[in-house]
Design a protein around this ligand. Sequence first.
Ligand code: ADP
Ligand code: MG
Length: 207
Amino acid sequence: MVMLDFEDSVKLLNEYRIPHSKLHFVKSKAEAVHVGKKLGFPLVMKIISPKIVHKSDVGAVRVGVNSASSVEETYDRFSKRFPKEPIVVQKMARGLQIIVGAKQDPQFGPTVVFGIGGIFVEIIKDFSLRVAPLTRKDALEMVHGIKAERMLEGVRGKNPVNINKLVDILLKVSKMMVEHQEIKELDLNPIFANDKEALVVDVRIMI
Ligand code: ADP
Ligand code: MG
């Protein structure tokens, strides 16, 4: 299995109209600051490279970049630690972190999972799973089928997340997996879900 490159992964997301947060590739510190100011703080900076599959494991993600000087500092740190690897600037998303994943099961064909996402996903392990193609009813049941379902309703003063936007992503991923069986695994992790939108901020597709 190999990781599909960044351009082709974004192409697939666009083909299925899956909303995702734009990655701005920057070639110098000055450009990073310029783009950062245009996007507005706080920001996230990352290294996007075919050599790095799990970015946060190797220190290739910095969230909450709050000022021009921390953009510069992060740019310096990244270019020292990951020489010549592409550096990106991204808006910092807000909301509940969700994962939508999929894989080709040797027995059942394409399967789709839904769960609480983020970097602790392997520890939390709160998923629901269905075989594709999904109906809207399946997708809705998946969303309501996780243990942490109440988190979607908004806890401690948070607004409920827009369930329809999550259902849409599940249906689009299901369609993609059925139509592109060369995709062995797909991870949209995390998707930031809030009352208005559900936005993919990281995609990993294995072929
Ligand atoms: P990887 O999964 O390769 O380690 P991610 O791009 O998913 O890299 O980043 C790791 C973590 O950083 C995410 O799980 C999320 O918690 C946080 N993160 C990444 N991008 C953003 C973003 N645009 N807005 C807010 N948080 C982010
Ligand atoms: Mg991720």
